[in-house]
Design a protein around this ligand. Structure first.
Ligand code: ADP
Length: 277
């Protein structure tokens, strides 16, 4: 780490920042300015290239930190960016900014490149059909990983097949517009700058159904109810959105099952059980 700081011309003091659960994050200084440095000892430079691409995509609509340098150094990947001093803000402004992101549309679901969800792969092969895209590129990619990590049982597979049928039956005729998503919109990935402007960090972007960001925001808490109320005022969601949240939360729960293990098994099973109803 000291060598990396030296290489980046930073003074050797790096202050660790909590909050993320994937990388080591630090506030560093070159003696004049502060910077935000992310560092991962086992990932390739492409890992942060994906984040840089995602930030650039979001930066067309909302405030993101400016990226200064990224690459690999002595087998570790790093990303050096603007330090944004955290401040206070309100949930209405946050909803408004997320709405700006969700106004950016594409022709197909997916994205120009694959990226990462945490440390796991996120596959973005373009598709015209949202449900095909979601089931194949989101749920089934994680299910395959779960299988390889012994988290996928015959019972889960059976319930998943029922769940899939249920989705096509109940929601299959509903089509949605491909919309720019933050992709990992939990409360740790957004904060306010000192002017109260919402900042978006650590995305896993793709073009998908905007209810995915809403579903993630509601999964682990941290957003106040004014957030959803304001979002609904700005960009009303289609009928049935509350019933669809669990469908999208399943993606994030599978990711957690794969990273943290069976602690998330019951929550996964509860969503899969929707298919049997
Ligand atoms: P990880 O990839 O490990 O999850 P994050 O990018 O989410 O790391 O960053 C961890 C925490 O650091 C965030 O929750 C946020 O509070 C803070 N943070 C992220 N980017 C910046 C930045 N540019 N300036 C200041 N703080 C930041």
């Amino acid at each position: 780490m000291d060598e990396l700081l030296n290489y980046l011309n930073m003074q050797t003091k790096a202050i660790p920042i909590g909050g993320g659960d994937i990388n080591q994050a630090y506030r560093v200084t070159d003696g004049k300015n502060n910077y935000f440095l992310k560092y991962h000892p086992q990932m390739s430079a492409d890992f942060f290239q994906a984040e840089v691409d995602g930030l650039a995509e979001l930066g067309n609509a909302v405030r993101v930190p400016e990226v200064y340098q990224h690459g690999s150094y002595a087998d570790a990947a790093y990303l050096l960016m603007e330090w944004i001093e955290p401040g206070e803000g309100n949930q209405q402004d946050l909803a408004h900014e997320l709405g700006k992101l969700h106004e950016i549309k594409a022709i197909k679901f997916g994205y120009k490149r694959n990226n990462f969800m945490g440390l796991l792969p996120q596959i973005n092969t373009p598709s015209d059909n949202w449900w095909d895209f979601y089931l194949t590129n989101r749920l089934e990619v994680q299910i395959e990983i779960a299988n390889g990590r012994n988290h996928w049982t015959a019972r889960r597979e059976k319930n998943y097949q029922l769940f899939k049928e249920w989705i096509y039956q109940k929601w299959g005729t509903m089509s949605f517009e491909p919309t720019l998503l933050h992709g990992d919109f939990w409360s740790g990935n957004t904060f306010f700058d000192t002017q109260g402007r919402p900042v978006f960090v650590d995305p896993a972007v793709s073009y998908g159904h905007r209810e995915m960001d809403i579903a993630m925001s509601q999964l682990f808490g941290g957003f106040r109810h004014e957030f959803i109320d304001s979002y609904q005022e700005i960009m009303p969601m289609r009928e049935g959105w509350q019933d669809r949240l669990a469908i999208y939360q399943l993606y994030y729960l599978l990711v957690h099952l794969n990273i943290f293990g069976e602690t998330y098994g019951d929550a996964v099973d509860r969503v899969l059980a929707l298919g049997g109803k």
